[in-house]
Design a protein around this ligand. Structure first.
Ligand SMILES: Nc1ncnc2c1ncn2[C@@H]1O[C@H](COP(=O)(O)OP(=O)(O)OP(=O)(O)O)[C@@H](O)[C@H]1O
Length: 238
């Protein structure tokens, strides 16, 4: 469970997040939506500890563990606490094999010292697993994108944060990615936080949404409420 209260963030003197509240219960799937430049990625970076917060609180409770102040944990500890992040524009180690890419990710997480890849990876990505000895840079793009997701899952996180998971994908592949994320949430109980400019993948995968506009949380609720038209004006360009 992750609970953010009144998060603010500044780049220099410029404030980009204003009193953002967000609650992610175990097993939930939440989408953060908003136009470009509204603070979605900044919020993810605050959760990961890649950016300091200017104010507010972040409480994290891993399954079966005590709640703790996330701010007290350095960025490198957050993967071991069960939080994984797949940033937009993420890169593979293209000269390394599929398996080596996965093992590196594994060592960053809570399974450090026990480099055993979870069966989840082979189950969810059989075509990728069959090619685990191949150089990752030689894979077709669709499999490279699967590998990025598989890498984020290798440490067996409780919470996966994915920034623009379907950006630039052809629609069939975007649908497939949405399906995998849905499966991870429904079958494996993974808590998801999805960031997207467009709502298609959020509608497919999430049950709750939060809408950021110029760094402020202007709407949130159940994903079914996205169909009410109430959020359209916030998402319209210009
Ligand atoms: N490193 C930085 N230094 C200064 N300003 C930044 C930095 N990164 C982002 N910003 C600014 O902060 C604001 C929020 O950016 P952010 O990337 O969080 O938005 P976003 O909603 O994720 O956008 P996108 O959908 O384009 O990724 C924008 O005005 C952006 O220009």
């Amino acid at each position: 469970m992750l609970r953010l209260r009144s998060i603010s963030q500044f780049y220099g003197d410029r404030q980009v997040l204003w009193n953002v509240d967000l609650e992610l219960p175990h097993g939930s799937a939440t989408g953060i939506i908003g136009q470009p430049g509204m603070g979605k990625t900044t919020l993810a970076n605050c959760i990961m500890g890649h950016l300091p917060i200017g104010g507010g609180s972040m409480v994290w409770q891993q399954r079966g563990a005590r709640a703790e102040d996330l701010q007290a944990q350095p960025a490198e500890a957050r993967a071991r606490l069960g939080i994984s992040y797949l940033p937009q524009g993420c890169q593979l180690f293209s000269q390394l094999s599929v398996e080596e890419n996965l093992l590196i990710a594994l060592l960053a997480g809570q399974q450090a010292g026990h480099p055993v890849l979870p069966t989840l990876v082979s189950h969810l990505f059989p075509a990728l697993w069959q090619r685990r000895h191949l150089r990752s840079g030689a894979l077709p793009l669709a499999l490279q994108q699967q590998l990025m997701l598989a890498r984020a899952l290798a440490p067996q996180p409780d919470l996966l944060i994915v920034d623009e998971p379907t950006a630039g994908m052809p629609s069939a592949q975007a649908e497939e990615t949405g399906e995998r994320l849905h499966q991870l949430n429904h079958e494996y109980g993974l808590t998801l936080l999805l960031i997207a400019r467009h709502t298609a993948v959020i509608r497919r995968t999430a049950n709750a949404f939060l809408l950021l506009h110029h760094g402020r949380n202007v709407a949130q609720g159940h994903v079914a409420e996205l169909d009410s038209g109430a959020v359209d004006e916030w998402l319209a360009p210009g």
